[in-house]
Every structure is written in structure tokens, then in C-alpha cells.
Write a protein that binds this ligand. Sequence first.
Ligand SMILES: NC(=O)c1ccc[n+]([C@@H]2O[C@H](COP(=O)([O-])OP(=O)(O)OC[C@H]3O[C@@H](n4cnc5c(N)ncnc54)[C@H](O)[C@@H]3O)[C@@H](O)[C@H]2O)c1
Length: 330
Amino acid sequence: MLRVGIVGVGTMGRTHASAYTKLPNVQLVGFTDAIADAAQRVASQFGVQAFDSYETLLEQVDMVDICTPTPTHLELVLRAASAGKHILCEKPLGRTLPQCEQMIEAANKAGVTLMPAQVLRFFPEFKQARDLVLAGAVGTPAAIRTRRGGPYPRAANDWYADFEQSGGPILDMVIHDFDWLRWTFGEVERVFAKALTFKGLDHIDYALITLRLKSGAIAHVEANWADPGGFKVDFEIAGDAGMIAFDSRLATPLTVAKQDAGGGGGGVAVPESPLAEDPYMLEIKHFVDSVQAGQPPSITAEDGMKAVEIALAAIESVRTGKVIRLGGGA
Ligand SMILES: NC(=O)c1ccc[n+]([C@@H]2O[C@H](COP(=O)([O-])OP(=O)(O)OC[C@H]3O[C@@H](n4cnc5c(N)ncnc54)[C@H](O)[C@@H]3O)[C@@H](O)[C@H]2O)c1
């Protein structure tokens, strides 16, 4: 039985907590939070303990789940690693690349598992689209479009509205898409982006990022914190043999339209419902199972850092108006 403690009782802390309570091989021991009353309230709801300090929580657990605002991840990861605890850390892994490097180094040195919570890999529609791409359903991928967004996020201290903390929708939100794109289509070579982030608008933001992949494919990623009408996600993957599309607004499963299906009406519905499994549960189950089996999880801390690298390059492009080449070079 793996004993887990959660740091941060906001949206993600509570979401993760529900998942732990459904798994047989893990025991949710308790919570800690910078706001002690909040930790107490949530701990009572889950029937577990509230710890008044991170140290006392660390003493009672085998792993921690870090669900606090992004700039706090570094210190919490370093302290967990030095206490020899395994770590699931919410995305983005760090606010900066040096922070990510420090976390990776500390986890490696301590011999503990550090997995960034890039949960999109566990969303059935994204996982299934990747499987189809790897199985050749679209042929050679050429053009990929993703769109994600909804209302401007609200949280404790309004920290999402503080760019220095959240990194805006590019670092905070479409980091999901950056990770999924890398995982599915390979490394990113060049990044160009436009955004409203630095225009001084009040609780409204939008970004459009173009990625040139090493494979030669082009991806464009839209991030929208300007839609009060609810959270929406869609994507299209076009290649020389067909296209895969998903739209969360349509109550239909993934469709695959093949170029060689004889013209119109070639859509093939893939039967699994995209809503069948809770991706947060699948993500946490994967982490817990990996730790218990002594196996590295499928998402590495380096993957988390690479996604941060793409996001920070996009932000640099917004600031400078230039194309940013990853890994240095012109
Ligand atoms: N994977 C996803 O789908 C997803 C969705 C939302 C947020 N997130 C990420 O999860 C993290 C948390 O986001 P949220 O929306 O839950 O935030 P939130 O503001 O709702 O909750 C954060 C909690 O952390 C506490 N806290 C702040 N600093 C702390 C510290 N140093 N020690 C202990 N507690 C501290 C706050 O009091 C608050 O209760 C962020 O990194 C965010 O980017 C991921």
C-alpha cells in the first residue's frame, strides 16, 4: 500500500484526491496547504488528516502529489526528493528551465520517481488519436491543429492572472498540447507565436502558436482564455492518407476519414466513448503502479521539461516577434 500526501487543496488537489480514493493499492493519508483552514476543510471532506506543515506530511507518506501554483513546485519537489519521497508534480513542471533542471537532478540524485502530470496523455481521444497516427491512419502527418480553452481561470489569490506565476495560457494551458504533440509527432524545431498576453487586458488572453516539427510537419496550437461559454477542445491531424478530427462540442466519438475510402461518406466511427474513463484517475493509477513495480513511468521529468521549453520559446517569440529555434542556433 503506497501512502500519499497531497500538497495544495485547490482545484487539482481535490481532483487528484478523488482519484486516489478509488484506487485499491494506495492510501490517501492527508493534505497540507499554505492555508491551514482550507487543508482542514478538505481533509474532513475526505476523512483524512490535515498536516500543519509539509515536513510532518512528508514523514507520514511514501509519495507526494504537488498541486500548488507553478512557482512553488521547485521547492516542494526539492524537499520531497531530499526526504526520499516519490513525486507526482502538476504541470508545468517548473516556471523556468533551470528550475526543471534542478528538480530532475535532485530526483535522480535521491533515486526517487518524479513524474510531471501531463494528463492529456490519458485523455482517451488524444491517446487514441496518437495510436491511430502511429498505426498509419493518416499516412505521413503534415498539418496538425489543436485548440483548447474556455473562461479565464480563477483560483486562490488570482494567481493565474499573474503572468510571473502562471506564464499565461501558453505555459499554463497549452503545455498539454505541446507535450502531446512531441509525444505523438516527435521533436519541435522552431516556434513562432502571437498572443494578447502582454497587451494589459483584464482577465482575457489568447495565443496562437505555430510549431515546425523536425519531421517537417507543421502544428498550430490555439490557447483561449477568452471564452466564457465553457471549456472546449478540438484537434485535426491531416496527412497524405487521411485526417483524424475531434471536437469536444460534438457528442460523437473520434472519426477517421480515409483518402482511399472512395470519396465522400468515408468516415469511420471509432467506438470507444471519449468520456468513458477519468483521465486523472488513469494518470494517477499509472504513477502509483509504476512506483510499486519499481518501473519508470511513461512520462519522464525530461518530457515535462521539454514541454516547458516549447512554451517558454513561444512566450519569447511573442515578446520578440521572432521565430525561436529550440536548442539554440539561428
Ligand atoms: N492538469 C490539469 O488539467 C490542471 C488543471 C488546473 C491546474 N493545473 C495545475 O495544477 C497546479 C495547481 O492549480 P490549481 O488550479 O489547483 O490551483 P489553486 O489555486 O486552485 O490551488 C492551489 C492551492 O495551493 C495552495 N498553496 C499555494 N502555495 C502553497 C505552498 N507553498 N505550500 C502549500 N500550499 C500552497 C493554495 O493555498 C491553494 O489552496 C498548477 O500548477 C496548475 O497549473 C493542472
